[in-house]
Design a protein. Structure first.
Length: 441
C-alpha cells in the first residue's frame, strides 16, 4: 500500500489474491523465498503517454494513454484496452494483475497486460472516435507486437475502435500481423470472438450448476450492463432456457418481469451498438418494463434487489457491495458469476460465501473472451481460420477446463467448492512456477 499510494482498486485486487494464495505460500517456502508474489505485484513495465487530437470544433484535446505490461512469464502480454473517463493507473493495474491469473487459467500461452485511456467515447462523433483511436495507436504501436503484446477490447473499445487502431498500426509498421484481437472477420478476426465473453460466462455457470445436478433451465437471472458481455450473456441464458429480467447502463437499469427474449435483445443490440443510445429507451418500446435512474451516492444498487435465482454482473468493477450481496441473498439468489472484472467487493464476496451462494470470480468465469482471443492469435500465427462451430467447441472446452482447475486447486488446499480460492491458486501456481524456472530476471 505504501508503495502504491491511492491505488485503491489495485489494493483491492491484490488483497483478494494474497488472501487466497497464503495457503500456497505457507506450504511452499521457496515461493516466499523467491518473492514470487512480490514480483507479480510489480508490473514488468508501465507505459504512460500523451494522446493529443483535434475535435470537430477544431479544438485540441489532450488525453492520457496507458499500457501496463504486467507479466510475460508464460507468454506475450495480452489484455484489453479500456476507454472510459474513470480510467487511471490504479484501475489498469488491477485489471492487468487480474488478467495475468486469468490468462494463466485459460491454458493458452498468454501473459498479462491491460491498457486504455481516460478518453470518453460518449457523445463523440464517428470522426472524433477515429481521430482519437489513430492518435492513441500511433504511440501504442511502438510498444506492441504480435509476439510481444497483443491488445484487445474492453469497456468503450469494440470492433469499431479495434479497426481504427489496427489500421493505424498496419500503416505505421507496414506489416499485416495479428497484433490486436477482436478484429473484423474479413481481416484476421475470429468467429465467435464478439460473443465469447458472454457465452463463456454462461458455459461456466452451466458447469457450476451441473456440478450440483442442476441447470439454467427455468432460472430467473439478473444481468447488469448492456454492452458486449451483457448482450451475449443474455443470448446464452435464453438459449439454455433461463429468463433475464434486468439490464443496465451507467444512467440506470430496466426491470422486465416478462423476460428479455430474442426480439427484445435484438432491440437492445441495435440501441447500444448502432444508435449508441441509453437503456432508458427500452421502456418506451416495451412499456411493461420499469426504468430506474441511478441515484448518485445511494448506499446500494436496486438492480440487485429483485427475486431471482442467479446474478451476472456484466458492467464494471465494484457494482455489488456488501448491502447488494445481502439483497441478493434475501431475494433467493444462489449463484453469482462475474462477467465484469471485479464487480463484487471483497466484503460482498464474504456475504455470498457466508450464505452458501456459489460465487465465480471474473478471472475464471469471464476468461472465455481472452481464451477466444488466444484462439484468434493461433489462427493468425498459422494463417488459417476455424468455423464458428469449431471455435465454440474450443471455447466450451476452455471453460470446462477452467471450471475443473478451480475445483481441483481449491480441493487440494482444503477449500472445497471455493471457486475464488481455486482460481487464484491455480492461476498463481502456473505463473509462479514459470518465473521460478526462468530465474531472477
Ligand atoms: P462495453 O463498453 O461493451 O459495455 C459496458 C457496459 O457497462 C455498458 O452498458 C456501460 O454503460 C456499463 N458501464 C460501464 N461503466 C459503468 C459504470 N461506471 N457504471 C455503470 N455502468 C457502467 O464493455 P464490455 O461489455 O466489453 O465490458 C463489461 C465488463 O466486462 C468490464 O468489466 C470488462 O472489463 C469485462 N470484460 C470484458 C471482456 C470483453 O471481451 N469485452 C472480457 C472480460 C471481461 P454505458 O453504456 O452507460 O457506458
Amino acid at each position: 500500500i505504501a508503495k502504491n499510494p491511492g491505488e485503491v482498486e489495485f489494493h483491492q485486487a491484490a488483497a483478494e489474491v494474497l488472501d487466497s494464495v497464503k495457503v500456497v505460500l505457507d506450504k511452499n517456502a521457496e515461493y516466499r523465498k523467491l518473492k514470487l508474489m512480490e514480483r507479480m505485484l510489480e508490473p514488468e513495465r508501465v507505459i504512460m503517454f500523451r494522446v493529443n487530437w483535434v475535435d470537430d470544433k477544431g479544438e485540441v484535446q489532450v488525453n492520457r494513454g496507458y499500457r501496463i505490461q504486467m507479466n510475460s512469464a508464460i507468454g506475450p502480454y495480452k489484455g484489453g484496452l479500456r476507454f472510459h473517463p474513470s480510467v487511471n493507473l490504479s484501475i489498469l493495474k488491477f485489471l492487468a494483475f487480474e488478467q495475468t491469473f486469468k490468462n494463466s487459467l485459460t491454458g493458452i500461452a498468454m501473459g498479462g497486460g491491460k491498457g486504455g485511456s481516460d478518453f470518453n467515447p460518449k457523445g463523440k462523433s464517428e470522426a472524433e472516435v477515429m481521430r482519437f483511436c489513430q492518435a492513441f495507436a500511433t504511440e501504442l504501436s511502438r510498444h506492441i507486437g504480435h509476439r510481444l503484446d497483443v491488445p484487445a477490447g474492453d469497456i468503450g473499445v469494440g470492433g469499431r475502435e479495434i479497426g481504427y487502431m489496427y489500421g493505424t498500426y498496419r500503416k505505421i509498421k507496414n506489416e499485416f500481423t495479428g497484433v490486436f484481437t477482436g478484429k473484423g472477420i474479413e481481416w484476421g478476426g475470429s468467429l465467435i470472438r464478439p460473443e465469447a465473453t458472454g457465452y463463456g460466462l454462461i458455459y461456466f455457470a452451466q458447469n457450476m450448476l451441473h456440478e450440483a445436478g442442476d441447470s439454467l433451465k427455468g432460472k430467473t437471472c439478473l444481468v447488469s450492463g448492456s454492452g458486449n458481455v451483457a448482450q451475449y450473456c443474455v443470448e446464452k441464458i435464453n438459449h439454455f432456457g433461463g429468463k433475464v429480467v434486468t439490464l443496465s447502463d451507467s444512467s440506470g437499469y430496466i426491470y422486465d418481469e416478462e423476460g428479455i427474449d430474442a426480439a427484445k435483445l435484438a432491440f437492445v443490440m441495435e440501441l447500444k451498438n448502432v444508435r449508441r443510445g441509453r437503456i432508458e429507451e427500452y421502456v418506451a418500446k416495451y412499456p411493461k418494463a420499469v426504468y430506474t435512474a441511478v441515484k448518485e451516492g445511494a448506499a446500494s444498487n436496486p438492480i440487485w434487489n429483485h427475486k431471482a435465482d442467479c446474478a451476472f454482473p456484466c458492467a464494471t468493477q465494484n457494482e455489488i457491495n456488501e448491502k447488494d450481496a445481502q439483497h441478493l441473498v434475501n431475494n433467493g439468489v444462489k449463484l453469482v458469476a462475474e462477467g465484469a472484472n471485479m464487480p463484487t467487493t471483497n466484503e460482498a464476496i464474504e456475504v455470498l460465501h457466508a450464505n452458501g451462494v456459489k460465487y465465480a470470480p471474473g478471472k475464471a468465469s469471464n476468461a472465455g473472451g481472452v481464451g477466444t482471443s488466444g484462439i484468434e492469435m493461433m489462427q493468425n500465427y498459422m494463417g488459417m481460420s476455424w468455423t464458428a462451430e469449431e471455435v465454440d467447441a474450443k471455447l466450451q472446452g476452455i471453460m470446462k477446463n477452467i471450471h475443473q482447475k478451480c475445483l481441483h486447486a481449491a480441493e487440494q488446499y482444503g477449500l472445497k467448492g471455493n471457486y475464488m480460492a481455486g482460481a487464484n491458486i491455480a492461476g498463481f501456481v502456473k505463473v509462479a512456477d514459470a518465473m521460478k524456472a526462468q530465474g531472477i530476471v
